[in-house]
Ligand binder design. Structure first.
Ligand SMILES: Nc1nc2c(c(=O)[nH]1)N[C@H]1C(S)=C(S)[C@@H](COP(=O)(O)O)O[C@H]1N2
Ligand SMILES: [Mo]
Length: 198
């Protein structure tokens, strides 16, 4: 892997885009805590539940009909790789929450397979988070979270829950899978918030 990276010339400016302790990755590693789930699209739905004024859910077709955004962002995994200029298509969490009043300050993303991660509402609103279903112009591969994953690029990549099916809004912050195992509650790569106490 180290030798492969040597074949690429770094563009100027790349280094400033690397948070502390991160290296530039050109591939796209797969990191999953369990097996890749495969849910048929006619059985797939997406919902927002919990402490909000109105619970909502969408079938796959309804989800695809929502306003979509194409965007390019850098992603940062806590295992120290950073990948620049990744291209995604999906629905902004702002769009999912349009017209909904939130009553709590937190949420838990819940995935097929049982993976969870917790976030403060401010980290998924204001144009900072999406539920994406395309990567690099193609449908999102199952290994990378397809049919759809949460994408919260300004936080470490474990917050970007693959195979996400539901956002559960909560009054209290409830630690998710990695957070219960000692990873930081928020995970800002620029503050190097890797573990609890960082
Ligand atoms: N459902 C689910 N989402 C997950 C994970 C997981 O194990 N299960 N791993 C997280 C971690 S630690 C990382 S770094 C990224 C990896 O995403 P990738 O496999 O597309 O690179 O997914 C995150 N989302
Ligand atoms: Mo990770």
């Amino acid at each position: 892997m180290g030798t492969t990276r040597g074949f690429f010339r770094r563009r100027s400016g790349d280094d400033e885009r690397l948070p502390p302790g991160q290296y530039l990755e050109r591939g796209f590693p797969v990191l999953s805590a369990g097996p890749t789930p495969h849910v048929p699209l006619d059985q797939w739905d997406f919902s927002i539940t919990g402490s909000l004024s109105e619970e909502r859910s969408w079938t796959w077709d309804e989800f695809l009909a929502l306003p979509r955004e194409d965007f390019t962002v850098d992603i940062h995994c806590v295992t120290t790789w950073t990948k620049l200029d990744t291209q995604w298509t999906g629905v902004s969490v702002d769009t999912l929450l349009d017209g909904v009043e939130l009553e709590g300050g937190y949420l838990t993303a819940l995935c097929d397979g049982g993976y969870t991660t917790n976030l403060p509402v401010e980290d998924v609103t204001g144009g900072k988070a999406w539920v994406v279903y395309q990567y690099d112009g193609e449908e999102l591969e199952p290994e990378h979270g397809g049919p759809a994953r949460l994408l919260v690029p300004h936080l470490y990549f474990w917050k970007s829950a693959k195979w996400v099916r539901r956002l559960i809004f909560t009054d209290e912050d409830e630690p998710g899978f990695w957070e219960q195992l000692g990873y930081h509650d928020r995970g800002d790569p620029w503050l190097e918030q890797r573990y609890q106490g960082d």
